[in-house]
Design a protein around this ligand. Structure first.
Ligand SMILES: Cc1cc2nc3c(=O)[nH]c(=O)nc-3n(C[C@H](O)[C@H](O)[C@H](O)COP(=O)(O)OP(=O)(O)OC[C@H]3O[C@@H](n4cnc5c(N)ncnc54)[C@H](O)[C@@H]3O)c2cc1C
Length: 380
């Protein structure tokens, strides 16, 4: 962990000698300016060809709508990997990147477990490289949120920033957002001792004393996992008992390097440059006290970004999209990838793998429907 971005998307982030625009607007294969809706503007960074209206590949205008064989929603590891595969299969995908282009890794600093980077890589740098690779093969990337969809028939309709997109196939890769405590000090120290991902960041806290906040199974699971690195793990929960299963609670209470603090809320994360402690409030009598720790893991849950898809698609009890047979949703032609359905692994590499699978499945489906020609890339 080094410098955090505190959840703010940098306007232009240097990445391995590259300068990639994350600042909104459109880049990639759709270039212009074209007559018609305002979203099709700006020369393609990758120099890809202009799509022709009604043309066979990706873009084009039909009564003001942008048409594409594949629209990918989300531009984290899942969405951009899907874009790389779909673009290399000549599907000229349009990526609706959302208002957090690059996804969750844009708010982290060092990523040490993404293969191919033996010295680690900054999250924003990694995502800039993903984006550049997708654009290189002709993906069009629009930094806009999808506000509404119509999956009742093909072409599917998606609306983002006042523009309608029509797609023969859709890949949803909108991820999930970690829920934070909402304290200014927590935001300021994100990436400097504050994390929401034990698997990702536990390694940085070897032999340190840290705290985990939360009361469910995943909070206890993260706390137990962190005992592999930390000298001591303080588990802080605001209620007088945990929501977690009895077996998990028993493991936590019996662990020699865990200390449990019930009826305690975090009032402030202490420290200027790095986490130096937590100011806690005892909810039974209101008194404040300080817990000297060097790390804080917030484990109070994730919110899947599925609000616009809940009607046409199936969600589970936690609101995550339900998939069948790897990447299929219940609507034929709509595929799902990454953390938006996967609350088990939640890693960049698994999301990227999922994006690859969804693009291959979409391509095969388009081939079966007679919409896309067989590509050498996936015809093995
Ligand atoms: C602090 C932190 C540190 C982490 N560190 C690591 C690490 O070191 N290693 C690791 O492997 N993993 C790490 N992770 C986990 C990793 O970031 C995620 O598993 C991965 O980013 C999931 O990828 P995704 O593409 O499924 O979704 P996300 O990365 O969440 O991307 C979702 C995308 O969907 C877009 N979106 C959302 N709603 C809409 C909408 N309505 N319309 C259009 N677009 C939309 C967003 O703008 C975003 O681009 C970390 C996570 C966090 C929070």
């Amino acid at each position: 962990m080094s410098e955090p971005t505190n959840g703010r998307t940098p306007d232009r982030k240097p990445a391995g000698g590259l300068t990639i625009d994350f600042g909104g607007g459109l880049s990639g294969g759709l270039a212009g300016p074209l007559a018609g809706p305002p979203m099709v503007a700006g020369e393609a960074a990758a120099g890809a060809a202009l799509p022709q209206a009604g043309g066979p590949a990706a873009g084009g205008h039909d009564h003001g709508a942008v048409e594409a064989k594949v629209v990918i929603v989300g531009s984290g590891p899942a969405g951009l990997t899907a874009a790389i595969y779909a673009a290399r299969a000549n599907l000229a995908p349009v990526v609706l990147a959302g208002t957090t282009p690059g996804g969750q890794l844009m708010i982290t600093s060092e990523v040490e477990n993404y293969p191919g980077f033996p010295d680690g890589v900054e999250g924003p740098e990694l995502m800039a490289l993903f984006r550049q690779q997708a654009e290189r093969f002709g993906a069009t990337i629009v930094d806009a949120d999808v506000e509404r969809v119509d999956f009742s028939g093909r072409p599917f309709g998606l609306w983002a920033d006042g523009v309608e997109y029509r797609a023969q196939a859709v890949i949803i890769a909108t991820g999930a957002s970690a829920i934070w405590l909402g304290l200014p000090s927590e935001t300021r120290l994100r990436g400097r001792g504050v994390s929401a991902c034990a698997t990702c960041d536990g390694f940085f806290f070897r032999d340190m004393e840290i705290a985990v906040v939360g009361g469910g199974d995943s909070a206890i699971e993260e706390a137990l996992f962190l005992t592999k690195f930390a000298s001591k793990v303080h588990l802080v929960h605001r209620r007088d008992q945990f929501r977690a299963s009895k077996i998990m609670q028993q493991r936590a209470f019996e662990h020699p390097r865990m200390e449990i603090h019930l009826n305690a809320t975090v009032e402030e994360v202490l420290g200027e440059e790095r986490v130096e402690g937590l100011r806690l409030r005892d909810t039974t009598d209101g008194h404040l006290w300080t817990l000297p720790v060097q790390g804080l893991f917030v484990a109070i849950g994730h919110r899947p970004n599925t609000a616009v898809f809940r009607d046409p698609l199936e969600v589970d009890a936690k609101g995550y999209l339900v998939v069948h047979d790897e990447t299929l949703s219940r609507v034929e032609g709509v595929f799902v990838a990454g953390d938006v359905h996967d609350h088990r692994y939640r890693q960049a590499i698994t999301a990227a793998g999922d994006g690859c699978k969804a693009a291959i499945d979409a391509e095969r489906w388009l081939e079966a429907e007679g919409i896309a020609e067989v590509s050498t890339a996936t015809a093995w």
